[in-house]
Design a protein around this ligand. Sequence first.
Ligand SMILES: Cc1cc2nc3c(=O)[nH]c(=O)nc-3n(C[C@H](O)[C@H](O)[C@H](O)COP(=O)(O)OP(=O)(O)OC[C@H]3O[C@@H](n4cnc5c(N)ncnc54)[C@H](O)[C@@H]3O)c2cc1C
Length: 364
Amino acid sequence: MGKFKPVVIVGAGVLGLTTASVLQDKYPGIQITIVAADVPLVPPVAERERPSPDYASMWAGAHLRPTPGADRQLGDEHFLARRTAAVMKSLARSNPESGVQEVDGREVMEYLPEDKQRLKTGDSYVGADDQFRILEAHEIEAGGVWGCEYKTWIVNVHVYCRWLLTNFIRRGGNVVQRRLNSLDEAFDPSLFPSSPSSSPSSSWLVVNCSGRNFDTDEKTNVIRGQTVLVKNTYHKTATRHNKDDTWSFLIPRPLGGGTIVGGTKQHGDWGTEIRPQETAEILAAAAKYWPDFVSKVEDFEVVMVNVGRRPWREGGMRIEREELGKGRVVVHGYGAGARGYELSWGAAERIAGLVDAGVVSAKL
Ligand SMILES: Cc1cc2nc3c(=O)[nH]c(=O)nc-3n(C[C@H](O)[C@H](O)[C@H](O)COP(=O)(O)OP(=O)(O)OC[C@H]3O[C@@H](n4cnc5c(N)ncnc54)[C@H](O)[C@@H]3O)c2cc1C
């Protein structure tokens, strides 16, 4: 047994991988096993390898599009997003091979929600020095009533998750690819064959970054997302939020990953099939709103049509410590919805904070 109690992390999405990284930083030498049904593929991810629609981290754009803290949940998420932005921007500078890059962001809205009304040029939107600026009326494209520009960050999700995984293994982490039938199975002795304990239940602590908690939490649901990956590369991240609550967005993926053209956000829609009508609408809207990208739909070089399910949870992420009895302790970190990358570092640090007591008290 090492210096700290070992940890099993369920899930190799952005939350599981980031939490593993934070724990390895905090507790050098800690034994961590990630057990996950799906693990990051080697990029570029091809059509024939199509990840599961429930492995949300493989389907994200991903970018940070800040949401001001209009209520308690959004206020808390804004805090986590700002912390994450600080880490992501620092990574973009120190480790560009991670697939993270700083870029300009632009948003246009066809209606003006209350939380945006309060904002003014010069406010801190994403974080310090984000050069936030409200667009003048004449700068806003037809149909829009509010717009802004700012400095933000984007991620090539395949490169980034693989980078996190490689670092985890390089620092002594262990990975078991296995689908569990329940969280109980994360206490299975075979996950730590070297553990000398005959009572595995309390021998290690489990961190639950499974996205939707095995669908046992009544507060969880999915937000279906269909997007299109194109080879064409746009130079910034752009979002348009329409009156009917539909979205159009362009999210370039660094290191030659093309651009995600999106997309749908369909709450409670579990459909995993590709819908050709949606693909056509997504591409047509992008050509209409961003003619500086492509002037007609035929100019898009489509690589893949994506369908993923965002692991949403009413009230926001569950970051909580739970005693399951017989000495078994689990720290939950799931339900990030449409914001898993945006919140990742802030959330992982909070999850790791709840792990502290469990692993440090076992210090020999
Ligand atoms: C189309 C789309 C666009 C998005 N764009 C953005 C964006 O721009 N910015 C942003 O921040 N977020 C975005 N998201 C959301 C983001 O992808 C998710 O919030 C994030 O990936 C959730 O990460 P996670 O680690 O919690 O879950 P996941 O990535 O879903 O990972 C869950 C892990 O748990 C494992 N697991 C689950 N069940 C079991 C089981 N029974 N046994 C073993 N292992 C299990 C899985 O195999 C996987 O490894 C987008 C999502 C979609 C679908």
